[in-house]
Design a protein around this ligand. Structure first.
Ligand code: F6R
Length: 598
């Protein structure tokens, strides 16, 4: 997490730095800061809170006497949210910003900063002070940086400025950092898309890279041949359009992005992919799906799809668990990593770990420029376009689409489904946008749901089979943006414990598609109503009217489109309830979009 920016040898520094930081704000918004840089001169301004606060604090000065700027937007890891812990850390000699975690900072503190009286809370402040100490003995900045790299352990991306020589060094190990060049300066950013307006060519730093910038010259301390590639640009990514929040804009974009992604799969991607799959999937024992948070819920849905359309074993792992687990190198498995950002630290580390054991890897991602794409053997892209709202919506449904397609391709290759069934399933997938449009149009129930949520102390989502992961996802959405207590339960588990939670102040949201488990799901609703609980049921078959029951009719579903149909209304009710609660919907407290620390 955290976002860093560097604009070297350029003009309009204030405007540009704030513009890029605003685009990086999704990576963390606890505090922000900038250092304006010139020969023997550093001016640092930091603020607690969002970029808007920092922007207000920057005086009307245009900072035109400075040549460069580095900046940071923070998601706190070590040390409380405070001005003192905000980056950049600077004095008149050095200024630095960091994205990541320095794991051995306590060790370094003991070794190099024994005489320091000040309480040092953060890992980055430690590195700043250590660098100052080392600079007393190592006057050459290149040597100093190499020494620093040799003593720090962790995952990081740094920008470091020395005012005596006006050198800027960028270092990367684990955390993303890209550099772009233009006639108007050299630009660094944690996310290359934040540089769209300023550069045409980009280089994504590799682990171990150290770049030194002096004036308009960039030199690589560790490698000679570095290729800058054209930066892929998309328009309007950072605009809310007519919507109040990115989240609701992104919810409404789902029919379009699903249509575009499916079109790409139909006419292009899977034609070639099928050949690649033929080689691997016939010889396989299992598919293992790996992700975190919402992406993990997509993994769970993938398991249902694979069980339905293929004869191959499928299992799911939390990336944060898998990366520390013993895995046998004997099984013939393919690991599928699901990550909107392609940068989530736990997922990335799990991918590297699995690769080191000799397994083939696929990454399903929305970020084609991401580190996971560079690491995995095969990329299965989603075309959800940039997702800015911290709570994932359209990226999730596009992940489901990718996994549905993958499962039926595997089923076809292994002859578990025939061509006719395959074509029908493809048709069902192509029909999803129309069903979603219908759901978006018919949202008259939302006010009632918001009122019921407002009068409840907790909300539980209950479902079975392929919609059970959607209950988990609905619950995650609600809690992360409205902060209401919520959990998701498998219907059959209710009587094994959770039903004890039911009383008149608790709201249960049941997802009851009309499938072979419909009657059992109805029994769950009845059991809750019988205990005085309030129930909202989303279903394509009416239950009839009952006291304490609000019924919301859904379009008829097929197995393959069920998760899409039941996800959308849950996203909508979370959004409108959070709106009613007045929370910060696009940037909920304590969260960040891209979790690039452990
Ligand atoms: C919740 C949410 C998170 C992410 C998770 C993984 O709405 O967005 O749970 O799904 O942090 O992120 P990615 O998909 O970028 O790896």
């Amino acid at each position: 997490m955290c976002g860093i920016v560097g604009i070297i040898n350029s003009k309009d520094l204030k405007l540009k730095a704030i513009n890029v930081l605003n685009k990086l704000e999704y990576r963390g918004y606890d505090s922000a800061g900038v250092s304006f840089l010139a020969k023997n001169k550093i001016k640092t301004i930091t603020e607690v809170g969002k970029i808007a606060e920092l922007s207000k604090s920057l005086s009307s000065d245009s900072y035109s006497s400075f040549e460069s700027v580095i900046g940071h937007t923070r998601w706190a890891t070590h040390g409380i949210v405070s001005k003192n812990n905000a980056h950049p850390f600077s004095n008149q000699k050095i200024s630095l910003v960091c994205n990541g975690i320095i794991e051995n900072y306590n060790e370094l503190k003991l070794k190099y900063l024994k005489s320091h009286k000040k309480i040092i809370e953060s890992d980055t402040e430690t590195i700043f002070l250590v660098l100052n100490e080392l600079s007393k003995e190592i006057p050459d900045n290149k040597k100093l940086i190499k020494k620093l790299v040799s003593i720090i352990k962790g995952h990081y991306a740094f920008l470091i400025y020395f005012s005596n020589t006006q050198e800027v060094f960028s270092l990367k190990s684990g955390s993303p950092l890209s550099v772009g060049k233009s006639s108007n300066g050299i630009y660094f950013s944690s996310d290359s898309s934040a540089l769209n307006e300023y550069v045409d060519n980009i280089y994504h730093l590799k682990d171990g890279d150290i770049i030194r910038v002096l004036g308009q010259d960039t030199s690589f301390l560790n490698s000679k041949n570095v290729n800058f590639e054209p930066l892929k640009k998309t328009s309007n990514e950072f605009s809310k359009g007519d919507f109040k929040h990115f989240m609701i804009k992104e919810i409404h974009e789902q029919p379009l992005v699903i249509k575009n992604t499916q079109k790409y799969y139909d006419v292009d991607y899977f034609l070639d992919f099928r050949n690649k799959l033929k080689d691997v999937s016939k010889e396989l024992d299992s598919f293992v799906f790996v992700g975190c948070g919402t992406a993990y819920h997509a993994c769970l849905i993938a398991k249902y799809y694979f069980e339905k359309y293929t004869d191959i074993d499928a299992s799911c792992e939390y990336a944060s668990e898998l990366r520390y687990k013993k895995i046998s190198s004997k099984k013939r498995s393919i690991y599928v990593f699901i990550s909107q950002s392609g940068e989530t630290m736990d997922t990335l580390m799990a991918l590297k770990y699995v690769k080191s054991k000799g397994y083939n890897t696929i990454v399903v991602t929305n970020s084609l420029e991401s580190t996971m794409v560079r690491e995995a053997n095969i990329t299965l892209p989603t075309y959800a376009m940039k997702e800015i709202g911290v709570a994932s919506t359209k990226a999730f449904t596009c992940q489901l689409l990718a996994l549905a397609n993958l499962s039926i391709e595997v089923g076809l290759v292994r002859k578990n489904i025939n061509k006719k069934e395959y074509l029908q399933l493809k048709k069902d997938l192509r029909n999803i946008p129309a069903k979603l449009i219908k759901i978006l149009k018919n949202s008259s129930y939302i006010e009632k749901v918001v009122n019921l949520l407002s009068s409840s102390k907790a909300c539980y989502f209950i479902a079975r089979n392929i919609v059970f992961p959607i209950a988990l996802e609905g619950s995650l959405k609600l809690k992360e943006i409205s902060y209401m207590h919520s959990e998701g339960f498998a219907g059959g588990e209710m009587k094994h414990g959770p039903i004890a939670l039911i009383d008149k102040d608790v709201l249960s949201i049941c997802l009851n598609p009309k499938n072979e488990l419909y009657e059992k799901s109805v029994s769950n609703c009845e059991e809750i109503l019988a205990r005085g609980g309030k129930v909202i049921v989303f279903s394509s078959k009416s239950l009839g009217s009952k006291k304490n029951l609000l019924e919301i009719l859904m379009p008829k579903e097929n197995y393959i489109d069920t998760p899409f149909i039941y996800t959308l209304p849950l996203q909508l009710i979370s959004y409108y309830f959070a709106l009613n609660e007045g929370t910060d919907i696009d940037q909920p407290r304590n969260l960040a979009k891209s979790v690039t620390v452990e």
